[in-house]
Design a protein around this ligand. Structure first.
Ligand SMILES: O=C(O)CCC(=O)C(=O)O
Ligand SMILES: [Fe+2]
Length: 236
C-alpha cells in the first residue's frame, strides 16, 4: 500500500494541500488554510446563531439515544431523501443561508468537476460531543462519493481507520465503541489522523467510504464550539 503524504505549495495559501494516498483507489486531500481566518470567524458566528440546529434521537443496534452533536441538513429540491440511524433530516433550502452558497461556490472552484447538491452540518458544542466510527456509504451517494468537509472553530482530531472485512460499520449501524476491543482494533488496524483546523477543508474521495471508517472522538480539553460542514452529491 502506498500512503505517502505529499506537500504541494502554490502561490495562494488556499491551494496549499497535503495529499494522502490510502491505496486501492482511496485518497484524502487536506487544505489547512482553505478559507481566510477572519472570514471564517464571521461564518462560524453566523452558523452558530442562524442555523436551526437540532439534536435528534437516533436508533443504533435497536436502541434509541440522543445524537451526541447538533445537526442540520441543506439540500437541492427534489433529491432522494437522506436517512441515517433511523433518522430522516428535514432538508432546508440553500436560499435560506447565503453564506453556505458562498462556501459551496469556493469549493466548486477548487475541486473541478465537483457538483455538490447537499450538505450535512454538525455542531460539537464541547469536547464530549463526538461522532462515532462510521462511513458515509449511503447508496444515494454512489460507490465512490467525493465528500468535502469544512471545519470552523475548535480544532478537533479526525481519525481514519481501515475497515475490517466484517462486520459492516455504516452510519446506519454505527454506535459507541469505547470498549477494550476498540483499543485493540486501533493498534491492529491501520489508522491515520488529521487535526482539523479553523477554515480548513478535508476531501475524501475514491473508495474511502467503502474501505475506511472515520470518527471525531471525544476530547476532554476541547471546550469551545466546532462547526463542520460536509458537502455531498446525491446521485439521481
Ligand atoms: O465533523 C467532522 O469532521 C466529520 C463529520 C462526519 O463524519 C459526518 O457528518 O459524516
Ligand atoms: Fe462522516
Amino acid at each position: 500500500m502506498s500512503s505517502s503524504a505529499t506537500q504541494t505549495s502554490n502561490s495562494s495559501e488556499t491551494d496549499t494541500k497535503e495529499t494522502l494516498d490510502l491505496g486501492n483507489g482511496s485518497e484524502v486531500v487536506y487544505y489547512p488554510r482553505f478559507l481566510p481566518q477572519n472570514q471564517s470567524y464571521q461564518w462560524l458566528e453566523y452558523l452558530d446563531k442562524k442555523i436551526p440546529w437540532t439534536r435528534p434521537e437516533i436508533h443504533v443496534f435497536g436502541r434509541s439515544c440522543l445524537q451526541p452533536r447538533d445537526t442540520c441538513y441543506v439540500a437541492n429540491k427534489g433529491l432522494q431523501e437522506l436517512e441515517y440511524s433511523g433518522y430522516q433530516p428535514l432538508a432546508y433550502s440553500w436560499d435560506d443561508f447565503p453564506p453556505l452558497k458562498a462556501i459551496l461556490e469556493l469549493i466548486h472552484e477548487t475541486l473541478p468537476g465537483s457538483k455538490f447538491n447537499s450538505l450535512l452540518l454538525n455542531r460539537y458544542k464541547i469536547g464530549t460531543d463526538y461522532v462515532s466510527w462510521h462511513s458515509d456509504d449511503e447508496k444515494l451517494y454512489g460507490p465512490t462519493p467525493e465528500i468535502a468537509s469544512i471545519s470552523f472553530g475548535c480544532e478537533r482530531e479526525f481519525l481514519l481507520r481501515k475497515r475490517e472485512k466484517t462486520p459492516k460499520l455504516s452510519m446506519a449501524t454505527s454506535t459507541k465503541y469505547n470498549t477494550s476491543s476498540e483499543q485493540s482494533k486501533a493498534s491492529r488496524l491501520e489508522q491515520r489522523s488529521f487535526v482539523l483546523k479553523h477554515g480548513s477543508m478535508l476531501v475524501m474521495r475514491g473508495y474511502v467510504q467503502r474501505d475506511w471508517v472515520h470518527s471525531i472522538p471525544k476530547r476532554a480539553k476541547a471546550n469551545t464550539v466546532r462547526i463542520n460542514l460536509t458537502f455531498r452529491q446525491v446521485l439521481n
